[in-house]
Design a protein around this ligand. Structure first.
Ligand code: ATP
Ligand code: FE
Length: 368
């Protein structure tokens, strides 16, 4: 089985060919990060234009690298939800053109499902497992019971942690920092935090008293923003100049985000273990999404996993951020079980908003 995966849900144009063993035969990725860094955020029509400019050569590059011709493909899998409408539309339109041209089955993919299943490419992660997805657009805890069978335990009530890192980094003007100028906000904050002291600033831990597995990051961000604004004033800085204590602020933000993620994930593990929702032996905690590349957060989650008897599994960073490989792999997993494989694409569309699985967050709260 050979699946071509295509990803355009946000700001990365990705394509890859993966076989049924998880072997990555060819891949290509075009990131728009530099363009969006300059404008201070993603402007959907700009993202759409860049996807349009790049999709053809990204797909061709992945196919060429794989040595597979379109005729040899078993199916084409493409992200259709959730994401930015204008971005999703480009990938879907291009995929349907290929599907039509080469008469291939089409597999519509849920972007978060793909993030969750990525771990199974490289590790023997069996269902059911607990999954924590932390990225620039999402933050959720779920139990994966099967390829397309998820129970949602909790999610962010406001923004995602990657978004928080990106906004704080912008407020700290880290793109003017010589070491961090080409990094994403999250990378820049992690880099700077290594030179800082986390206890210099004390930020309030979000949702410290709430009994569920939901997340919240906007309060913590406002708190950090307030500190930055005050320091800028004290130091008499102009727009774009970096406060002297930037590293300490970065360390405090990273630490508080990590501690919040730790507490909510701990709650989820206790709930799953009490309710018998995870295997008694060899249960996995899978952590994915761009923020999962953060070494400090990984370390905290490693400690948690060991203490609760779970095995932590974080895919390598290039598989944690958006890519075509995870979409192709999700296609393989769906093809194997004949789940949502379409032989007729009439009426197929994209969905900007789409929850992952069945929401049982109320049950989590009541059980506490
Ligand atoms: P989504 O996958 O939810 O649609 P996205 O495309 O923004 O959103 P990813 O590509 O998975 O998400 O990840 C990008 C995010 O990860 C950015 O917000 C970035 O700041 C963050 N990030 C990347 N590296 C790190 C790191 N080392 N530490 C913390 N955050 C990081
Ligand atoms: Fe993503």
């Amino acid at each position: 089985q050979l699946v071509l995966g295509i990803e355009t849900s946000c700001d990365d144009t990705g394509a890859a060919v993966v076989d049924e063993t998880g072997k990555i035969l060819g891949e290509a990725l075009h990131s728009q990060m530099e363009v969006h860094l300059k404008t201070g955020g993603i402007i959907p029509p700009v993202a759409q234009r860049l996807h349009r400019e790049n999709i053809e050569h990204v797909v061709n590059e992945a196919l060429l690298a794989s040595g597979v011709t379109p005729h040899q493909l078993s199916a084409i899998a493409t992200t259709v939800k959730p994401g930015l409408s204008l971005s999703l539309g480009v990938g879907l339109e291009y995929s349907l053109k290929l599907v039509d041209q080469y008469k291939k089955p089409f597999i519509p993919i849920h972007h978060m499902e793909a993030h969750a299943l990525t771990a199974r490419i490289t590790e023997p992660v069996h269902f059911p497992f607990l999954v924590l997805l932390i990225s620039g657009g999402h933050c959720l805890l779920a139990i994966a019971r099967g390829v397309s069978d998820f129970l949602l335990l909790g999610q962010s009530l406001d923004e995602a942690p990657g978004e928080t890192f990106d906004k704080v980094a912008r407020h700290l003007s880290l793109k003017n920092h010589e070491e961090c100028s080409t990094m994403s906000g999250g990378q820049a904050l992690e880099h700077l935090a290594q030179q800082g002291e986390q206890q210099k600033f004390k930020l309030t831990l979000p949702l410290a008293r709430s009994l569920d597995c939901n997340f919240s990051f906007s309060g913590l961000r406002s708190h950090a923003d307030g500190i930055i604004a005050q320091k800028k004033k004290e130091e008499g800085l102009k727009e774009g100049q970096i406060v002297s204590c930037a590293a300490d602020i970065a360390a405090a933000v990273q630490h508080t985000v990590a501690l919040h993620i730790f507490k909510r994930t701990h709650r989820a593990i206790l709930f799953c273990q009490r309710e018998g929702l995870l295997p008694e032996r060899d249960a996995f905690l899978v952590v994915s999404g761009g923020v999962a590349s953060n070494q400090y957060i990984r370390k905290v989650l490693q400690i948690l996993s060991e203490a609760t008897g779970l095995t932590l599994c974080c895919p390598p960073p290039r598989l944690c951020t958006d890519n075509g490989i995870m979409i192709a792999w999700n296609g393989i997993e769906r093809l194997r079980e004949q789940l949502g494989v379409l032989y007729n694409t009439e009426g197929v569309g994209y969905e900007p908003k789409a929850p992952l699985g069945t929401d049982i967050s109320d049950q989590v709260r009541k059980a506490a």
